[in-house]
Design a protein around this ligand. Sequence first.
Ligand code: T5A
Length: 202
Amino acid sequence: MAKRGLFITFEGTEGSGKTTQAELLTEWLAKRDPVLVREPGGTELSEQIRDLLLYRGLQIDPEAEMYLFMASRRQLIAEVIAPALAARQVVIADRYHDSTLAYQGGARGLPAVWPPSFPRPDITFLMEGPVEAGLGRHEGAGKSKDRMERESIEFHRKVAEAYDRIAAAEPARVVRLDATGSRDKIQFEIRDRLKPLVEGLD
Ligand code: T5A
């Protein structure tokens, strides 16, 4: 099989620090010109779907919601992720399909599956911590809540439980990180885990 680049994803509940860590990692890998994407979003179509899903105050059927997240992702794969991996680049995704498995599968109770055309990440960093703490970080930062963040605390606990099941089922891919640690400590652990994979690209 032809070699591809390295596909790294970040997952976790709201405010667990995914974006912070994905950006620090992008800085560390700057010499390799990594591709950083966030979901939903990252293409013109995907950004429009993000707006519909999170900010318009629309009533959205749960299954329609799942397909919209996946449609956004499929476009991002086609336009950005698959070409970058084929060109042997490093791709860093701030959320990916595990988010659909956890939010729409675990919390909404839908039969979410992994489509064969969605590339599997080589490694996934799961930021774990109390869901209240993450939601509280948002409030502390004065951010207004999007449609998903307005869900109940029980909903967000179900998301965390679903992530826990994913990590237990795939320990070789999913690396659990304590999201309550300092930014630097978490980043140190991430870089430590990635060193052999990054060296393997040369
Ligand atoms: N969704 C998404 C689905 O339901 N299904 C799907 O398939 C997908 C892809 C996306 C929403 O859509 C849902 C999940 C989400 O609800 P989003 O705006 O992209 O919405 O939201 P999130 O991905 O949740 O990103 P957030 O911005 O909410 O949180 P992050 O990225 O986890 O956290 P971050 O890094 O922005 O940090 C939050 C705050 O904490 C501070 C930061 O400075 C910031 O203020 N912080 C720390 N503070 C103390 N110690 C640390 N270690 C810290 N790290 C960061």
